[in-house]
Design a protein around this ligand. Structure first.
Ligand code: NAG
Length: 373
């Protein structure tokens, strides 16, 4: 990582921001972040919904920052870094009622799905209901300038693949359509409540998660086909949904980050991205450390790994992801990166409709269907 000419880079950021400010006198910098999703973004909600011991509340989770907080990583997660880039404190879990929610709330909780109603978690629609019930904590202006960040769907497809080993193409498509329709409904509820700026991290190639490969007994390099296929199909339809909503909903602005390609690249060429391995996890048991992460089986240097446990990323991987979402080139994020989403005023939405950059991601997401490693 590291930008070789980081001074030049910050200078051009400053210049860009200044020009944007001059150009759009109404610009306002969002100071609010709302987070929806599963264990990737959970900042500690799980413990309030679970009758059992929640692994992420104990070491080795949090080991790199010296404290287990319910985050499913050795340290910070993506929303923590993004809050930092926005200049606001970390966004607290909504279920921890004594926290300060003045800069937003995280509704994300481990094991969350879009469909069905799994136990001890909240589906996306339940998270959104919780948001609408709490929304009087924020002003209308804060709600409309806020960024609504979401990562969800992994659990739906992993479960589906487990329960339907050989679905027909039509069945796969039907299931993805159901998930996408439900995400659309959730976005519309948030939009109705005043939300305008949406950021999505699309799905990883799910068959490449150490937990999934290990369960199937696959070689280190061989991803499991069905979950990856479902994720690729989901990602295509998610992109279509974003484009549709940008046309249908008033002042709908979005940022779509192609997490899929980021994981693919890091699994194939970990060294290029500062890792030693992108296939096995740092913590756990089995030949890929795919399950059972505990204090007695954690690696010495989590930063050498993309995956901390069989499903979740290390702090280092989260850091890279957050950087990509915030400020990357249009090959992985578009039509706005998060910084742009933050600085562009809502009345500029109309002028941003010519989303030519998105074509690059479109091609990439479309091609990704065939990626199996
Ligand atoms: C699995 O975790 C152990 C720590 O328990 C670590 O030493 C080992 O290198 C990991 N396995 C792989 C394949 O990275």
């Amino acid at each position: 990582m590291g930008y070789p000419n980081s001074r030049l880079f910050s200078l051009s950021c400053l210049l860009f921001t200044t020009l944007t400010l001059l150009h759009h006198p109404t610009v306002s910098f969002a100071q609010t972040l709302f987070v929806f999703g599963d264990g990737y973004y959970d900042a500690g909600n799980k413990q309030f919904l679970s009758a059992n011991r929640v692994a992420a509340d104990f070491p080795p989770y949090g080991i790199t920052v010296g404290e287990a907080t319910g985050r499913w990583s050795d340290g910070h997660i993506v929303p923590d870094y993004l809050a930092g880039f926005m200049g606001i404190p970390k966004i607290p879990p909504i279920l921890h009622s004594s926290e300060d929610f003045s800069h937003g709330a995280s509704f994300a909780v481990a094991d969350a799905t879009v469909l069905a109603s799994p136990l001890e978690t909240m589906t996306l629609s339940q998270q959104v209901v919780k948001f609408t019930q709490s929304k009087n904590k924020w002003t209308d202006e804060a709600l409309s300038e806020a960024i609504y960040l979401t990562y969800i769907g992994s659990e739906d497809y992993l479960k589906y693949a487990k329960n339907n080993p050989n679905p027909s193409d039509d069945k796969k498509k039907d299931f993805v359509d159901q998930v996408i329709t439900s995400i659309e409904a959730a976005i519309k509820v948030v939009h109705e409540a005043g939300g305008r700026k949406f950021a999505f991290q699309n799905l990883a190639p799910l068959g490449c998660l150490p937990a999934v490969k290990q369960e199937k007994g696959n070689n280190e390099k061989d991803c499991v086909k069905l979950p990856s296929e479902m994720a690729a199909l989901h990602n295509k339809n998610l992109l279509k949904l974003m484009e549709k909503l940008a046309g249908d909903l008033e002042s709908f602005l979005y940022s779509l980050y192609d997490f899929h390609s980021s994981i693919q690249n890091r699994a194939l060429e970990p060294e290029t991205y500062t890792f030693l391995t992108g296939t096995a996890a740092c913590c756990g048991t089995g030949y890929l450390n795919g399950t059972g992460c505990a204090a007695n089986n954690v690696c010495a240097k989590p930063g050498d790994y993309v995956f901390f446990d069989g499903k979740h990323l290390t702090q280092e991987a989260n850091f890279q992801v957050a950087h990509l979402m915030w400020n990357a080139d249009p090959v992985v994020v578009g039509p706005n990166n998060l910084r742009e989403l933050l600085v562009f005023p809502l009345d500029a939405a109309a002028t941003r409709l010519k989303q030519n950059k998105i074509q690059i991601i479109y091609d990439q997401v479309r091609k990704a269907g065939s990626f199996m490693m």
